[in-house]
Design a protein around this ligand. Structure first.
Ligand code: ADP
Ligand code: ADP
Length: 229
């Protein structure tokens, strides 16, 4: 579970311009792929096509060998988790925010998701903090903590595929690396991870796809791409 394929995908938001031009790649289940490229290269668009926010103009997007156009929205949503750049937390407890989407989750599930996402010690060592209100007068969370909560609530749903769309780009490099490492640990051999990022240096990925103006201009791993520079 969690195989992804883009087969000769072309796409434009309007008729005047193609934003993706004959994009081809395959991602094996349980591996991590980084989509790297400047702003406007088409990274977010690839993610939107994957969960069928839009349909391709040409080619096909396949998840586990099935064209996403033949799969129900409900099953796509269950299969694909998204961690956005700016997490919006509910004005509710930390626990509620982690449980969101799986409200029947037990406390043990929530704690284990939080541990996997490596949420701040303060929250782990004071389980009461789970029941602390997130918001104006409640627990003050840093950007890094918010993103960890977003990751915890995504992994609790155990989707086959997790998309990180610049999910950690707003954080400092140190926090960013920690979060990527925590996520990599839970996802390895279990969850396909697709990370969109402007820099390739941050990410540990099995494969890096370099996008430019809607085309994959290079692909490889850190070593092979570095050798070319
Ligand atoms: P990236 O994620 O790499 O920054 P995007 O996939 O967001 O790139 O954007 C690719 C191109 O598509 C850009 O030229 C952008 O301006 C354009 N684009 C993105 N979203 C829309 C939209 N909703 N409507 C029209 N054009 C869009
Ligand atoms: P980041 O650089 O990740 O945004 P911050 O510098 O905002 O981190 O926060 C660092 C730590 O201080 C976090 O644990 C956060 O919860 C805590 N914190 C931030 N602002 C306040 C505040 N006004 N009162 C109490 N704790 C705070």
């Amino acid at each position: 579970r969690g195989a992804v394929e883009f087969r000769n995908v072309s796409f434009g938001y309007g008729p005047e311009r193609l934003v993706l031009k004959c994009v081809n790649f395959k991602i094996a289940p349980g591996t991590t792929v980084a989509l790297v490229g400047p702003s406007g290269a088409g990274k977010s668009t690839i993610m939107r096509l994957l969960f069928r926010f839009y349909d391709v103009n040409e080619g096909a997007v396949l998840v586990d060998g099935q064209d996403v156009r033949t799969v129900t929205q409900a099953s796509l949503r269950a299969n694909i988790g998204v961690v956005p750049q700016d997490t919006v937390l509910f004005n509710n407890t930390v626990r509620y925010n982690i449980q969101y989407g799986r409200l029947e989750a037990s406390t043990a599930d929530v704690i284990s998701a939080a541990k996997n996402a490596d949420i701040h010690d303060r929250i782990l060592t004071f389980p009461d903090a789970y029941d602390t209100q997130v918001g104006e007068r409640g627990l003050r969370l840093s950007g890094g903590e918010k993103q960890r909560i977003a990751i915890a609530r995504t992994i609790l749903k155990d989707p086959a595929i997790v998309l990180l769309d610049e999910a950690t780009s707003a954080l400092d490099t140190h926090t960013e690396r920690n979060i990527q490492a925590a996520l990599g640990k839970v996802c390895v051999n279990r969850t396909t991870l697709i990370i969109a990022h402007r820099l390739s240096t941050i990410i540990h990925a099995d494969e890096i796809l370099v996008l430019k103006e809607g085309e994959i201009v290079e692909r490889g791993n850190h070593e092979t791409l570095l050798r070319q520079e």
